[in-house]
Design a protein around this ligand. Sequence first.
Ligand SMILES: C[S@@+](CC[C@H](N)C(=O)[O-])C[C@H]1O[C@@H](n2cnc3c(N)ncnc32)[C@H](O)[C@@H]1O
Length: 274
Amino acid sequence: MGTESELGTVGVGRRAVDATESARANRRWWDADAAAYHREHGGFLGEADFVWCPEGLREEAAQLLGPPDRLVGARVLEVGAGSAMCSRWLLGRGARPVAFDISAGMLDFGARTAASTGLVVPLVQADAQQMPFRSHSFDVAFTAFGAIPFVADSAAVMTEVARVLRPGGRWVFAVSHPIRWAFPDSPGPDGLTATMSYFDRSAYVEFDAAGVPTYIEQHRTMGDRVRELGAAGFRLLDLVEPEWPDGLTSEWGQWSPLRGKLLPGTAIFVCELG
Ligand SMILES: C[S@@+](CC[C@H](N)C(=O)[O-])C[C@H]1O[C@@H](n2cnc3c(N)ncnc32)[C@H](O)[C@@H]1O
């Protein structure tokens, strides 16, 4: 049975949803989908590898978190970590990562992979909109598609990251490229015609027969993201739009070789506090 049918999803639409409704729906979704997600994407993501996006950009090559020698001993927070494969990769390079996620189901996969790999990262269950960490306790924070695309209040996440980072700390996050919301969620030719307004910020909502959301994704424009970062005290150092590499044939949702050659699929914001 697929996650949609398990949760009783009967329809999709766009509407406003608040932070609580969004967090509740996404916790349920990721708990229910954890096994299917790892079956489908686990091979691509690895158990202790750091892949930023479906375009296959690796931290090893991109060094968006900074030079490798600066990561040795660094206190690193992974936001919306899923099963924390990126944190395990960082642990293997001498960093001191802590990984958190809203979904116990995703963290459970992380705990099992820690046991099988021997790479044990502290795992915490928490909502990115209210982080249970002391102020100024991390040198670096990052996420590869965790939390940010799902939270109703992404400005609150930026403020929370700014609070838990030390002055001068680095914050790097990957999300679906904002232009994605103008196009249908399809990897094929029908995914190449803009059918929706890029400026419509209402949430994408899947819902059950009672109208209760079973999955929610949130859209912000590029300008919204830049303004949220500025308001939280971050300087934007770089905005990486990974290009589709020659020879990569795998698809992931709407990400495909066809679309990837024409449109950006991922935006990675590289920021520094203060
Ligand atoms: C696409 S996964 C990304 C995780 C990991 N980087 C990966 O590639 O598997 C999205 C993750 O964001 C988490 N998430 C969603 N909303 C969250 C929130 N409000 N706070 C923390 N994590 C959240 C989900 O539980 C899920 O594990």
